[in-house]
Ligand binder design. Structure first.
Ligand SMILES: *Cc1c(COP(=O)(O)O)cnc(C)c1O
Length: 433
């Protein structure tokens, strides 16, 4: 066996495992060939990918910098300290834990730090935009804790703060969760803080989707209001797949113990180093411009989709995502999702608030602009994106607006994205291109 390279080595992989090498290349081509509108996805930089493919992946480092279970941690310690310092600086947080393997792992640690089994937990209901880890029955959060869901207002389709207050007074939850996975509006953290203080609850903001927009100062930060903020690092923050917890000093010890040793053992040091890279990228003026463009693009896309009869829930968006009701086009979200996928437009079906249709075939779709914006698409491109979505959703239907096949729309999509590939393909020396 030859000496392994220190970093990603594309030609070696092609020789050693052509099947997997082929899959990696096919995935790159898939990303480059379509419109990636799944709101939780983004394209990480070559620098982030390089660190993910590095020898840091090998090190066992249970514990925290300066206090590890194993020897040989001096370099991974330096990486973790950088990640923590950069996150503290970027978000103005007192304390940061960068070890959670994912958003769900970060959330598990928050429950572990602050709640006991069966405690009531107040969170946005799943069909109104909440996340699986906010009390869904099929998730540990719903199995081990008592979910008390709040809703959006039927008319405004925005969070009903009066209901949040009422439920908080009635159920006296240990934790109030503020955060969502398919809710397009800013949340009023000040009101949540007031309600939490009134009943002496922990205010936890799950900013998994929006933390990149916070980093780029495109939306207000939850950090000054919350006891604890969890986030993923791979959505709008555009880093490696993983999670992160930010908290007030008084909760630091409880959070750190809840991550290790309570819910995780060895941290992924390559991912933590890649988080450091992403956090440095997110602190740049370029990233600030990016975050603002993401929101601008989402607003433009929302307006353009509305023009095609896809009503944006709550009338629009303040963030990177839009949830639209597609029922006026004579279809449902599942059908729209499948048709769009056949045209290489990747988006997901989504329930809308008070959805008359069942979860498997809900009334809505969800789209996000984080990935498209990374590729360099701007405001003016969003009407084309909306045209393509509308064409795919209605193709071949009675009363259709556009009489073209899904294959023809797929061709138009590939033409549209051709000069803005997610990842460069020329002169490929490594998986990063
Ligand atoms: C995506 C998401 C998570 C989970 O993140 P994973 O990394 O997939 O575990 C948690 N909370 C919210 C609000 C999310 O949107």
């Amino acid at each position: 066996m030859s000496t392994p390279q220190w970093g990603p080595n594309w030609s070696a992989l092609e020789e050693i495992d052509p099947e997997i090498a082929g899959i990696v290349l096919s995935e790159r081509d898939r990303l480059n060939g379509g419109l990636q509108l799944i709101a939780s996805e983004n394209f990480t930089s070559p620098a982030v990918l390089a660190v993910l493919g590095s020898t840091l992946s090998n090190k066992y480092a249970e514990g925290y910098p300066g206090n590890r279970f194993y020897q040989g941690c001096e370099f991974v310690d330096a990486a973790e300290r950088l990640a923590v310092d950069r996150a503290k600086e970027l978000f103005g947080a007192n304390h940061v834990n960068v070890q959670p393997h994912s958003g769900a792992s970060a959330n598990l640690a928050v429950y572990a730090a602050f709640a006991q089994p069966d405690d009531p937990v107040l969170a946005l209901s799943l069909p109104h935009g909440g996340h699986l880890t906010h009390g869904a029955r099929i998730n540990f959060s719903g199995a081990w804790f008592t979910a008390v869901p709040y809703s959006v207002n039927r008319d405004t389709e925005m969070i009903d703060y009066d209901e949040v207050r009422e439920l908080a007074r009635l159920h006296q939850p240990r934790i109030i969760v503020c955060g969502a996975t398919s809710y397009s509006r800013e949340m009023d953290y000040a009101i949540f803080r007031e309600i939490a203080d009134e009943i002496d609850a922990i205010l936890w903001v799950d900013a998994a989707h929006i933390m990149g927009l916070v980093a780029g100062q495109a939306i207000p930060s939850p950090v000054p209001y919350a006891d604890v903020v969890t986030t993923t690092t791979h959505k709008t923050l555009r880093g490696p797949r993983g999670g992160m917890i930010l908290c007030r000093t008084e909760h630091a010890a409880a959070i750190d113990r809840a991550v290790f040793p309570f819910s995780q053992s060895g941290p992924m040091m390559h991912t933590i180093a890649a988080k450091a890279v992403a956090l440095q990228e997110a602190a740049t003026p370029d990233f600030r411009t990016y975050a603002h463009s993401v929101v601008e693009n989402a607003r433009a896309l929302s307006t353009a989709l509305e023009g095609h009869g896809m009503r944006p829930i709550s009338g629009g968006t303040d963030t990177h995502l839009v949830v639209c009701d597609v029922s006026a086009l004579g279809t449902d979200g599942a059908d729209a999702e499948t048709r769009c996928a056949q045209a290489n437009i990747l988006l997901n079906k989504n329930a809308i608030p008070f959805d008359p249709l069942p979860p498997r075939t809900p009334s809505g779709i969800r789209v996000g602009t984080a990935a498209l914006t990374t590729q360099g698409f701007g405001r003016d491109d969003m009407s084309v994106v909306a045209d393509l979505i509308a064409a795919a959703v209605t193709a071949g239907k009675p009363g259709e607006r556009v009489d073209v096949s899904l294959a023809e729309i797929a061709r138009q999509v590939s033409e549209f994205v051709a000069d803005k590939p997610a990842y460069a393909v020329e002169g490929i020396q490594s998986l990063q291109g």
